[in-house]
Design a protein around this ligand. Structure first.
Ligand code: EPU
Length: 305
């Protein structure tokens, strides 16, 4: 039975700021995907928490959205409510930084350097928000958020606020208990990272160099979702895709980058279905040639039938 009863729809429509049939493509780095059935942007964690509690009580599906950088949203869109988390507060206390889940990792990297804190330079290579980084233990250049994370303020709908220690989060390579474990459906409200006092100007120089270098190996100016696949143990998905001869392979307006084989680019009007076909082609070619199963890092969400 559908969750769409008159009373549930009326409840959703009464949420301040709630919109219907809201396009999502422009809210993703890929620029792809259909609309959200319901959509709301919330800066205050308590408002997000009340909404999620209400959704869980009523059996209304919800999807939490940050900067939309690691997502492939189905062309048919997302049923239920999409909640864009935009709390971006930052508190610096000595060498500890507490950041709202909606803050971009790259912005936090610059703010840390402005405060003469070091140890967060790697985050200049991490697209997406602090919440998204915790959700999938994002990283770059051999460092991940778990290397600096000391605490997360989280929310489990129906069960209230929680303080999660890194150990509670089962952080692994591009995964966590929030992405695929017992905290699935939970909300990252804030994260606290432990940095060191240092030379902020030097940190900025390092970040500028890293960004230049990333620009040489990754198509950072094009519309994409970051790495499409996780790297298989001891190898590189990009290398395998290149060796399987798939650089430049195309489905509609989606194309495998010539610069880096683990990136799919949206040339403008790509459909989610085009990207999904390219994902399958790359998996099939790498399986056939190397007997390696490529596991997507990008998360497919929404109504895929
Ligand atoms: N390579 C190829 N062909 C390609 C791409 C790469 O031969 O088309 C080779 C490179 O020459 C290199 C090796 O594969 O010898 C590794 O490539 P690279 O250094 O570009 O790193 P990666 O393993 O492809 C990982 C992360 C990136 C992160 C970079 C830099 C994953 C899936 N990817 O990429 O993370 O930015 O290291 O630290 O873990 C992301 O997760 O979205 C992401 C972009």
């Amino acid at each position: 039975m559908s969750w769409r009863s008159a009373s549930r729809l009326a409840w959703l429509r009464a949420v301040p700021g709630m919109r219907e049939k809201e396009p999502l493509a422009s809210r993703t780095s890929f620029g792809i995907g259909g609309p959200a059935e319901f959509f709301v942007e919330l800066g205050r964690p308590d408002a997000t928490e009340r909404l999620l509690d209400g959704c869980v009580q009523r059996g209304i599906p919800y999807l939490l959205l940050g900067a939309g950088t690691n997502l492939l949203i189905a062309d048919a869109g997302v049923e239920g409510v999409v909640v864009r988390v935009v709390n971006r507060e930052v508190h610096i206390d000595g060498t500890r930084v507490r950041a709202g889940a909606g803050l971009k990792m790259m912005r936090l990297a610059r703010l840390a350097a402005d405060a003469d804190l070091t140890g967060f330079e790697f985050a200049i290579g991490v697209p997406g928000t602090v919440g998204g980084a915790v959700y999938q233990n994002a990283g770059c250049w051999g460092k991940e958020i778990r290397d600096v994370l000391v605490e997360v303020c989280g929310y489990v709908p129906g069960n209230g606020r929680r303080t999660w220690n890194p150990a509670d989060l089962s952080l692994g390579y591009r995964t966590s208990a929030v992405r695929e474990g017992d905290l699935k459906g939970g909300l990252v409200v804030e994260a606290v990272v432990q940095l060191q006092h240092g030379d902020g100007e030097e940190a900025k120089r390092v970040m500028a160099r890293l960004t230049r270098e990333r620009g040489l190996t990754q198509p950072i100016k094009a519309k994409n979702c970051g790495s499409v696949f996780k790297n298989p143990m001891g190898d590189s998905a990009g290398r395998l895709i290149q060796a399987a001869g798939l650089k430049g392979a195309r489905e509609g307006a989606a194309v495998i980058s010539e610069l880096h084989g683990n990136f799919i680019l949206n040339e403008g009007s790509a459909k989610a279905a085009d990207v999904a076909r390219l994902i399958k082609r790359a998996q099939a070619a790498v399986r056939r040639r190397f007997n390696v199963e490529l596991e997507p890092e990008v998360e497919l969400v929404g109504s895929w039938r």
